[in-house]
Write a protein that binds this ligand. Structure first.
Ligand code: 5AD
Ligand code: SF4
Length: 456
């Protein structure tokens, strides 16, 4: 029996893709292992969003060279965003990957997964690999994922689209994952229903720009959702998922939405639907209009503020988090200060702060100079991070004395960790096994990043 190991880097989308890869490898008759030394088939599901993420994979490749000396039959695969959808002379094409990674056997893009068995047989025709129907599938969404990213069946990721049509100038995703393609609503609902019947209480639906579901160029050309009239396909999907509360679904989260597609309809649905939670992660990237323009974000600070105003009016206690890139090409001190003030004014409760990392092949890399010194990027990052800590600490204080419902995600000895409705991490003690349960917890204290409480 061949033993496989998939190592995943990057965003939730990659973790979700890994679940499809595992299901595919299971169907081929491979068995999973957690030990590199024991594996015959090692797959890296990579991330390209920043150089650091790629460097980690190059580091692992050195280890693969060593392992191949011990096990000459070891097959090493790279998939995910480091394997570009198509190659231009600016991007790292597959041939270059093989040159820079001498231990690499197979490089394939995420949605080429159904070809993996064929490619593996090319490397070693003697391997015993089950014949599976899925090999002939063109669409990797047809592969049912293993849903193993979470510790319990109570939580699951469901991917609803792949790729991106937005072309932010700094971002590699449209080149690595290609054009946005929505999955059919029937197959999403079928998967969702199956998960809920199997005990899923919290579903996180994911896509690169999840709320543009059904609005991609591909969908427009194919008139996929014309039958819905004015109703936004994403809102329709949330409504359909909400119906699964009858079968036990409690929470539906989504990540990451794009501000351009935060329609009034969607805000209304978030306020109206029982399974929607009072939390939204809405990447803004910068709080300065000139920077947003250079980033091609297609909105300005005024329209972003307007969205938050509407959200806070309809869902008064909503928690908002965001993504920021500091040190983007040409970011002046004044532009950064605008981002800082914006972050303070909008009182983001959490956020992922990144220092700009130039990605070969993007519009920014081709046409705008990466002229902010590393030391300035780092200084700005630290300054903003201090504000982020302050915002998080302040935001958590309001929960003191309140009772929140926590979906327990992990438990070591008696210490339980989980998330509240507002997506706040809550820590409490329990002698009972609670992973996968939603339990009421009275908040007794708030720290910088987490709430502490007692089981009610
Ligand atoms: N450099 C730094 N951060 C980036 N992100 C995307 N591309 C880059 C880049 N080239 C960040 C954005 C995005 C998150 C997933 O990663 O903030 O929202
Ligand atoms: Fe990248 Fe922009 Fe698409 Fe997000 S919306 S995946 S940042 S191109």
């Amino acid at each position: 029996m061949l033993k496989y190991l998939v190592e995943t880097y990057g965003c939730q989308m990659n973790y979700s893709d890994t679940e499809r890869m595992e299901a595919y490898l299971d169907a081929l008759g491979f068995i999973p292992t957690k030990d590199f030394e024991d594996a015959d088939f090692i797959m890296f599901n990579t991330c390209s969003i920043r150089q650091k993420a790629e460097d980690r994979v190059y580091g692992q490749m050195k280890k693969m060279g060593q392992l191949k000396k011990q096990n000459p039959n070891l097959i090493v695969v790279v998939t995910g965003c480091m394997v570009r959808k198509s190659s231009s002379r600016y991007s790292v094409d597959r041939d270059k990957l093989f040159v820079s990674m001498p231990s690499l056997d197979i490089a394939l893009n995420t949605d080429e997964l159904p070809q993996l068995a064929k490619l593996t047989r090319e490397i070693n025709p003697n391997l015993k690999i089950h014949e599976i129907e899925e090999e002939s599938l063109e669409d990797y969404f047809y592969i049912t994922p293993t849903h193993t990213s979470h510790q319990s069946k109570a939580q699951a990721f469901v991917a609803i689209s792949n790729g991106c049509d937005k072309y932010c100038t700094y971002c590699i995703v449209p080149y690595s994952r290609g054009r946005e393609k929505s999955r059919s609503i029937e197959s999403i609902l079928k998967e969702a229903e199956g998960l809920v019947e199997n005990g899923c209480k919290e579903m996180t639906i994911i896509g690169q720009t999840v709320n543009s579901y059904g609005l991609s160029q591909h969908d427009e050309e194919h008139k996929t959702f014309e039958y819905l009239g004015d109703k936004k396909p994403f809102v329709h999907l949330l409504e359909e998922l909400d119906k699964l509360k009858e079968k036990g679904l409690k929470r539906v989260r989504f990540t990451s939405p794009h501000p351009k597609d935060m329609s009034d309809q969607l805000i209304d649905a978030m306020a109206r639907l029982e399974t929607q939670m009072p939390y939204l992660h809405l990447p803004v990237q910068s709080g300065d209009d000139r920077t947003l323009k250079r980033m091609n974000r297609t909105y300005d600070t005024k329209s972003y503020k307007e969205i938050l105003k509407k959200l806070r009016k309809k869902i008064p206690d909503i928690s908002i988090s965001t993504d920021i890139i500091v040190g983007f090409c040409g970011e002046t001190e004044e532009e950064f200060n605008n981002t800082y003030s914006f972050f303070k004014e909008l009182a983001f409760e959490h956020g992922y702060l990144a220092q700009y990392s130039e990605r070969q092949g993007t519009t920014a890399a081709k046409f705008i100079r990466d002229d902010i010194p590393k030391s300035v990027k780092s200084e700005r990052w630290h300054k903003l991070n201090e504000l982020l800590k302050e915002n998080s600490r302040n935001a958590l204080k309001r929960f003191k004395g309140k009772t929140v419902n926590v979906l327990v995600e992990s438990q070591e000895a008696k210490v339980c960790h989980g998330r509240s409705e507002h997506f706040k991490t809550v820590q409490f003690n329990s002698g009972r096994k609670l992973i996968g349960e939603i339990v009421p917890v009275k908040i007794t204290d708030s720290k910088q990043w987490l709430l502490e409480g007692e089981l009610v």
